[in-house]
Design a protein around this ligand. Structure first.
Ligand code: ZN
Length: 512
């Protein structure tokens, strides 16, 4: 006689060993592909781009074929009902649900298209790295036009969406739509624009003390000390140089970051490192059991950015952090012996509408994101042609931020996103991340009121541990909205974020 089944557990536990092994192969191919991208951004000889593009395309096709194979489809079908009836912390069930989600997405896109896109994005990255410093938009224009064609092809694979951008957003921020983002942007804009205006009309803060000549080796030595103190494990990671800083996970014990160094301004490298360390701590904090599986991945771009922005801004630009690190910085750069810690802190928090998103202060940052999001929508809706993109970009920077774009590399050529992936759907994660970082910090502070006094002593362990339990360990086991609720007790909202910005900048600029 069959054993009676537990009522709430659904069908008997299926054997998913073979399914797991298929996805392990898929995951190995994906991380090998990431290694090739990492190498391309850090080490590849200038003429190696074309072959590299083909190698990445080949791996993409191999991965695609595994995901869409009939075998895998049947194996998922066998275990999916079971997976739906299990607790959220059942790793096998979460694996089956994620396997189905990935397969469903992948099987909607023809293999040929995936392969062609991979080859195109890799070649375009090389072209961007060579041509953007020369402000050569004309030569990059055909690449971008081809990307827009690909984006529209992806959108046509998902006709159920209301907006072509929705089809792209689901790959980076599943569950979010263009309409939801437009609402978020409109409500943030209503509060941010007057606040920026008030700050602009008040007594200005100078950041002159941050400029000078900062030896590259000293910058890197200080950055490594910061990274290590925050918890970045150099036995499982390394820091290299690339034109646009990024983090990449090549395995549970190999999570790498990159940065860039400017001799005239040490904050560029420092805050890039802290930002990427934030991403890396998320990847390093996942359960060991998930290693090598498709669940060992940040769940969305918004959640990922919440981690990088939390460490970069909330902690890295805060007083407790500098109570500990300022004397160490002064030892590395004696020029800061003539600058008080208060003046330094004000300088790194200066609000100054500028041209570069990654250098933007916390108040104007989201305005940069909104410009990109709106332009992407206009292009995908057919209202804006790529050839007119620079002009449209420059006009928005003048109207929204009051700054004139003097060179294309500081204008529409500045971000790697449009030159290494689909056109559209990749910037909203930054604003979601900003909002979420404040929500998470507030929840952590409620649980650990002593947290900031520990930062002053160079102890970041308690927060890291809290983040690990509430958020990092889950990898992709929970969906983004479930994870946010689990970590903070509430759905995503801008309440904590706006309260934080209002308090911080009113005090900093002594606003009434
Ligand atoms: Zn980031």
């Amino acid at each position: 006689m069959d054993k009676p089944r537990a009522k709430d557990k659904g069908p008997m536990t299926p054997n998913i060993t073979e399914l797991k092994s298929k996805f392990e192969t898929f995951n190995d191919i994906k991380t090998t592909s990431s290694l090739l991208y990492w190498d391309q951004a850090t080490n590849l000889p200038i003429n190696g781009g074309a072959e590299r593009a083909r190698q990445i395309a080949t791996l993409t096709k191999l991965g695609h074929d595994i995901l869409v194979s009939t075998d895998v489809g049947l194996m998922i079908a066998d275990s999916y009902d079971w997976a739906l009836n299990q607790n959220k912390d059942n790793e096998d069930a979460a694996f089956v649900r994620e396997a189905k989600r990935l397969r469903d997405l992948e099987s909607r896109i023809p293999g040929k298209l995936s392969m062609a896109m991979a080859q195109h994005f890799s070649a375009m990255y090389d072209a961007w790295a060579a041509l953007s410093p020369k402000n050569d938009f004309k030569s990059l224009q055909p690449f971008l036009e081809q990307s827009v064609n690909y984006s529209m092809e992806i959108a046509s694979c998902f006709p159920e969406y209301n907006h072509p951008m929705d089809a792209l957003i689901q790959f980076s921020d599943p569950g979010t739509t263009t309409a939801v983002m437009r609402e978020i942007f409109a409500s943030l804009r209503k509060e941010l624009v007057p606040l920026v205006q008030k700050v602009r009309n008040s007594k200005q803060i100078s950041r002159n003390c941050l400029q000078g000549d900062f030896d590259e080796a000293s910058q890197m030595r200080f950055c490594r000390t910061v990274a290590e103190t925050l918890g970045y494990d150099f036995r499982r990671g390394r820091i290299d140089m690339s034109p646009h800083p990024f983090m990449t996970r090549l395995g549970g014990h190999d999570v790498r970051i990159t940065t860039r160094v400017r001799r005239d301004d040490m904050t560029d490298c420092l805050f890039s490192v802290i930002h990427e360390v934030g991403h890396a701590l998320y990847e390093m904090g996942m359960r060991e059991n998930l290693s090598g599986t498709i669940l060992a991945n940040g769940v969305s771009s918004g959640v990922h950015e919440s981690q990088s922005r939390l460490w970069e801004n909330r902690i890295g630009r805060g007083k407790p952090f500098w109570d500990y690190f300022y004397p160490i910085l002064q030892k590395e750069f004696p020029t800061f012996n003539h600058v008080s810690a208060d003046d330094f802190l004000r300088a790194i928090n200066q609000v100054e509408p500028g041209l570069i998103r990654v250098d933007a202060d916390e108040l104007t940052y989201n305005l940069h994101v909104m410009i990109r999001f709106d332009l992407e929508c206009d292009v995908l809706e057919g209202k804006l042609k790529i050839k007119d993109l620079p002009e449209a970009w420059n006009a928005r920077y003048e109207s929204d931020l009051g700054v004139k774009v003097s060179s294309l590399k500081d204008g529409c050529l500045q971000d790697v996103h449009w030159f290494s992936g689909p056109f559209g759907g990749s910037f909203q994660g930054y604003t979601i991340g900003n909002m979420l970082s404040a929500q998470i910090y507030e929840a952590a502070l409620k649980d650990m009121p002593h947290m900031e006094s520990e930062f002053s002593k160079g102890n970041f362990y308690d927060l890291r541990r809290w983040l690990c339990v509430k958020l990092h360990q889950w990898g992709s086991m929970l969906r983004p909205d479930e994870l946010i609720k689990h970590a903070t007790g509430e759905p995503l909202s801008s309440k904590a974020y706006m309260a934080y910005l209002n308090t911080k900048y009113r005090e900093l600029y002594q606003l009434s």
